[in-house]
Design a binder for this molecule. Structure first.
Ligand code: NAP
Length: 245
């Protein structure tokens, strides 16, 4: 499988380049960055492009890949519902091309989201705390957004926020569409971490996942690269590739 990496000089892109090079069934044929011509992907015969860039670039890159018959795996976070709709149009389920978008390629993080959705109907209150390194440009994280979405799909009944006075603006965090509060911490030394805390009378349940190293994402990225050609259309979330959805 011939693989091209977009954002190859970035923290994640460089790690993906190493993982693809080390995989027996893949070859890294191109690695491009912000000033490079995407044509290098097509010229090198890339069958799959892996994008770890910024939200403002990722969708345009994927649309270009679709036009050039290249399957796409997107790890970039911060994509909007409109972005996903554009990807769905560019990669129709009836077509020959696949696009996998996953806000978190770590198996433990996917299980954390799965467990949070399982727990949701049994608790009336829940909040999400996501913690990332101090260079992350989007907040909340894509993982936190997807976790909140999964939890509110599993349970629509969440207790009302009792806060009447917010002494410091934002103290209660951001509120997801379904009403689950999300708190984003940015600290030097962290990689990617998340806690989901659920509460009901007399007890709480805390589900926590930590990615200590970017290597944690690589098995999921390689699984997506191997699977994407066999999944025409848009797939959102690694859980679909793991049989968890
Ligand atoms: P990063 O180190 O800043 O890397 C991003 C790279 O993309 C940089 O090299 C940047 O180049 C390049 N870039 C920006 N615009 C581009 C364009 N138009 N075309 C090609 N390359 C472009 O960031 P990171 O930590 O690797 O994270 C990248 C993304 O992956 C973020 O959205 C992050 O949230 C996400 N992420 C996802 C997962 C997951 O499991 N899905 C895990 C970790 C991170 P310049 O520096 O020159 O601008």
């Amino acid at each position: 499988m011939k693989v091209g990496v977009i954002g190859a000089a970035g923290r994640m892109g460089a790690t993906v380049c190493g993982a693809v090079s080390d995989a027996d069934d893949m070859s890294l044929v191109a690695g491009i960055d912000v000033d490079d011509d995407r044509q290098a992907l097509a010229a090198a015969g890339a069958e799959v492009a892996v994008d770890f860039t910024v939200p403002s670039a990722a969708v345009g890159n994927a649309l270009w890949c679709a036009e050039h018959s290249i399957h796409c795996v997107i790890g970039t976070t911060g994509l909007s519902a409109d972005d996903l709709a554009a990807l769905r149009d560019a990669y129709p389920a009836s077509g020959p091309l696949g696009c996998v978008v996953a806000p978190n390629f770590a198996i433990g993080a996917v299980l954390m989201m799965h467990f949070a959705a399982l727990a949701a109907p049994w608790f009336e209150t829940a909040e999400i705390i996501e913690l990332h390194h101090d260079n992350k440009v989007d907040a909340p994280s894509g993982t936190a957004m997807l976790t909140a979405e999964r939890m509110t799909s599993a349970s629509a009944e969440w207790g009302a926020d009792p806060t009447k006075v917010e002494v410091v603006a934002g103290a209660r965090g951001g509120v997801s569409a379904g009403g689950v509060h999300i708190h984003s911490l940015r600290l030097r030394g962290l990689v990617a971490h998340q806690e989901v805390i659920l509460g009901t009378t007399g007890q709480t349940l805390t589900i926590r996942h930590d990615s200590m190293d970017r290597a944690s994402f690589m098995p999921g990225v390689l699984l997506a690269v191997r699977s994407v050609a066999g999944r025409p259309g848009l797939t959102v979330g690694l859980e679909h590739l793991l049989g968890l959805a």
